[in-house]
Design a protein around this ligand. Structure first.
Ligand SMILES: [Zn+2]
Length: 157
């Protein structure tokens, strides 16, 4: 497991044993033919292969971050859950750093904690409208926010 072939997906080249969640890091940065830049963040809530979020929690965090984050940034293109349920990818238009993105994420999570419903948690607007937990999403957001000072430290020690 030490010598992995180089893979296409950036996170497949990340040794998930070495990271220290929670953290926020740039997973990818792409310059488009016209010169515009896209920045993709790895927003990791739980320690890979040690802990994960419940499915309803991930789903509600996805809805809430996708909706609330757009109140804090015009640059949000996508907020998507990781299949391993340990975090999210956030894709932004423009050149961003983890430091410049952190206040946007923090404001988003504060809104989320203060919210009284999960947006679009119904059969018209979602593919599994019953699969949500406001309390679970808020608890996970609170725990992640409580460790705000650690977001910048991606790897252990
Ligand atoms: Zn949904």
């Amino acid at each position: 497991m030490t010598e992995q072939p180089r893979m296409n997906v950036e996170s497949f080249n990340l040794d998930h044993r070495t990271v220290a969640a929670p953290y926020v890091r740039i997973a990818d940065r792409k310059e488009l033919p016209g010169g515009d830049v896209l920045t993709k963040f790895d927003v990791r809530f739980t320690q890979p292969n040690v802990a994960h979020l419940e499915s309803e929690t991930v789903h509600s965090l996805e809805h809430m971050m996708a909706e609330h984050m757009r109140n804090h940034s015009e640059d949000v293109l996508d907020v998507s859950p990781m299949g391993c349920r340990t975090g999210f990818y956030v894709l932004l238009v423009g050149d961003h750093t983890a430091e410049s993105f952190a206040p946007v994420l923090e404001a988003t999570l504060r809104d989320l904690i203060a919210a009284d419903e999960v947006p679009a948690a119904n059969e018209v607007q979602c593919g599994w409208g019953a699969h949500h937990t406001l309390e679970g999403a808020q608890a996970a957001a609170r725990e992640f926010l409580d460790q705000r000072d650690a977001w910048g430290q991606v790897t252990a020690s």
